[in-house]
Design a protein around this ligand. Structure first.
Ligand SMILES: *Cc1c(COP(=O)(O)O)cnc(C)c1O
Length: 384
């Protein structure tokens, strides 16, 4: 079956609302103009709203990984000690970047279905008073695990020379992330996640403490030198040619997000995640993330015994036009992940569950057909 209608249900890239697509379809303007500077100013205000911060929020023309690398090169010097707590693919990447720049990594490594322990971080800080940073992923997109950022940040807050760096790339725009209230020094996100844009733009917030770290930092940097971006932001512009179409789209997307409101966005993601979880559990499937740390951006699910996740993903995509994704690294064929991050509503979940049921039926999995839809429908009905 070749279907003309497709459904993108991955935790990045995510679907883009029509208003944002239309904004980005306008003819290209020049970036050194008052018109574009007004758009930059609006986008930065919107980012501050969604990050819950008064800190500077810098926009980089890169994917999310560029923001991660920028945090390392701007906050540290070669040989600096950093504590990295990792429980998935993106935590692993933080470690690789830190290593690439010659940092000494205090490695707190967990199983992929475990939550980072706050007391482990506190112990590591006590044992390493010279640690210059703590780096944690809020929402591990590879596993759906949500780490306790607020509690971890509380251990770092009073240490004047230690920065708290948070990869909130699938947290921002979906889950609670109180940058200022929780004392987060560096928070980053990428455009193709909760911001509901195409890939290619990253945003990073920088606290006063992180700016002091940047003053000390001696690692080489040029394109990602935060100071250049701060200086340009004083004039509502960027040091290099910006991803200007994406910034125009961002300002539109942030308008939509401000209209909906932070609390409502978080509540919507919680509801979508709950419906997805109860749906898959109703047909006898097991959730991957543990109950004490489940995020609402993506729902990873164990593939049934004897059915490789890749087969489910393939049938859903090729025969029904629904793109979900399988696991990463060791979990490639053992889990599949249903994304519900950004521009998603109840009927997207119903669509994903229906396609999942159809694929599972074809693969010989035994369950009561329609049970996942019924469970999800009840969650949505009970919300009113
Ligand atoms: C997507 C993502 C990244 C960055 O990936 P890019 O492909 O570089 O955009 C980093 N961390 C997390 C948690 C992510 O979900």
């Amino acid at each position: 079956m070749s279907l003309p209608k497709r459904y993108l249900m991955t935790p990045g890239p995510t679907p883009v609302p029509a208003d944002v697509l239309l904004t980005m379809a306008r003819p290209i303007i020049h970036h050194r103009t008052a018109e574009f500077e007004a758009t930059v100013a609006e986008a930065v205000r919107g980012l501050q709203y969604i990050f819950n911060t008064k800190n500077d929020v810098l926009m980089l023309a890169s994917s999310g990984t560029g923001a991660m690398e920028s945090a390392i090169v701007n906050c540290f010097s070669a040989g600096d000690k950093v504590i990295i707590a990792r429980n998935g693919k993106f935590g692993d990447r933080e470690k690789s970047i830190a290593k690439a720049y010659g940092l000494e990594v205090i490695d707190l490594c967990y199983e992929w279905n475990q939550v980072v322990s706050v007391s482990d971080v506190a112990d590591a800080l006590a044992a390493n008073p010279d640690a210059r940073g703590v780096i944690v992923t809020q929402s591990e997109t590879s596993t759906g695990v949500l780490n306790p950022i607020k509690e971890i940040a509380a251990c770092v807050r009073d240490l004047s020379d230690t920065v708290m760096i948070v990869d909130s790339i699938t947290g921002i725009g979906a889950m609670e992330c109180e940058t200022d209230d929780w004392g987060l020094d560096v928070v980053m996100t990428g455009s193709q996640k909760g911001l509901m844009l195409p890939p290619g733009l990253a945003a990073v917030s920088v606290s006063e403490k992180a700016w002091r770290a940047a003053e000390r930092s001696t690692l080489p940097k040029f394109y990602f030198d935060w100071k250049k971006y701060r200086k340009s932001l004083e004039k509502d512009t960027t040091p290099f040619t910006p991803a200007l179409t994406l910034i125009q789209g961002l300002s539109e997307a942030l308008k939509l997000m401000q209209e909906e409101g932070r609390e409502n966005i978080i509540a919507r993601h919680n509801l979508l995640a709950k419906a997805t979880r109860e749906g898959v559990e109703a047909i006898g499937l097991q959730l991957f993330a543990p109950p004490e740390g489940r995020g609402s951006a993506v729902t990873p699910v164990w593939s049934p015994e004897g059915i490789p996740a890749g087969k489910i993903v393939k049938i859903m995509k090729e025969d029904y036009g629904v793109t979900i994704t399988n696991g990463q690294d060791d979990y490639k064929d053992r889990i599949f992940r249903i994304g519900h991050l950004g521009y998603f509503g109840p009927f997207d979940i119903i669509t994903a569950l229906t396609a999942l049921e159809m694929a599972l039926t074809r693969l010989g999995y035994n369950f009561e057909q329609g049970a996942s839809i019924k469970a999800a429908e009840s969650v949505f009905l009970n919300a009113h």
